[in-house]
Design a protein around this ligand. Structure first.
Ligand SMILES: Nc1ncnc2c1ncn2[C@@H]1O[C@H](COP(=O)(O)OS(=O)(=O)O)[C@@H](OP(=O)(O)O)[C@H]1O
Length: 210
């Protein structure tokens, strides 16, 4: 088993994984692409003080007002958040339908399991049940292995193997997200909507992100 999030969005990865073993089972954890973009930004921000704002990176030609500087009153006003900048990786990675398209050229859909990032938090045992079934394993990990840690705000493991103490994921998982203007989030939501719908169609699963 290997976990490398960037495989999903790396052009050469499907061909190489297929060449290595065409029977490979592929598990993809996906969450709302808007929240994912903010999470990605929060991670970069924690390592890069002075990083431009989320909206400066997510949109091309950002203006903060809907009135353009154009002297012509008949000209179309500039949209507050401009065009979404798909060259920014935090935005690009969330276009799941595009990435999946590349993988489906090499692997049939039955080789994939799509895990909902939201349900992994709200119902970790349920999602882990699906993972075990998909891998053809006996259901060993279940509800009794998890508890909700109020301080962390996430589920944690009761007792990992070889330890008598509970264990949560590290500080870099489940960070507080910086505040982002509502309008910017709304604009991104609109941008992702058609891609999300395509992704639901491709996978036969509705992740409920809209
Ligand atoms: N149990 C539990 N504990 C803590 N965090 C949890 C858990 N389950 C899922 N998550 C979510 O995992 C997000 C971080 O995972 P990443 O995919 O960014 O990890 S990685 O950097 O790719 O390894 C992290 O995203 P952020 O909340 O944005 O930090 C969490 O929301």
């Amino acid at each position: 088993m290997e976990k490398t999030p960037s495989y999903f969005v790396t052009r050469e990865a499907p061909r190489r994984v297929h060449a290595m073993n065409r029977h490979t089972r592929l598990i993809v954890v996906v969450r709302d692409p808007v929240t994912r973009a903010v999470s990605d930004y929060a991670q970069t921000l924690s390592k890069t003080p002075g990083l431009p704002s989320f909206q400066a990176l997510a949109f091309k030609n950002t203006t903060t007002s809907s009135s353009s500087s154009s002297s012509s009153s008949s000209s179309t006003p500039t949209l507050p958040w401009g065009l979404v900048d798909t060259s920014w990786s935090a935005v690009r990675i969330g276009v799941y339908a595009k990435h999946l398209e590349a993988w489906l050229r090499y692997f049939p859909l039955r080789r994939f399991l799509f895990v909902s990032g939201e349900r992994l938090v709200s119902d970790p045992a349920g999602e882990m049940g699906r993972v075990q079934d998909f891998l053809g394993l006996k259901r060993v990990v279940g509800a009794k292995h998890f508890y909700f840690n109020q301080t962390k705000g996430f589920p944690c493991l009761k007792k990992p193997e070889g330890s008598s103490r509970p264990r949560c994921l590290g500080k870099s998982k489940g960070r507080t997200h910086p505040p982002i203007p509502q309008g910017a989030l709304q604009r991104l939501r609109e941008f992702y909507r058609p891609f999300n719908l395509k992704f639901y169609q491709m996978t036969g699963q509705d992740f409920g992100w809209d």
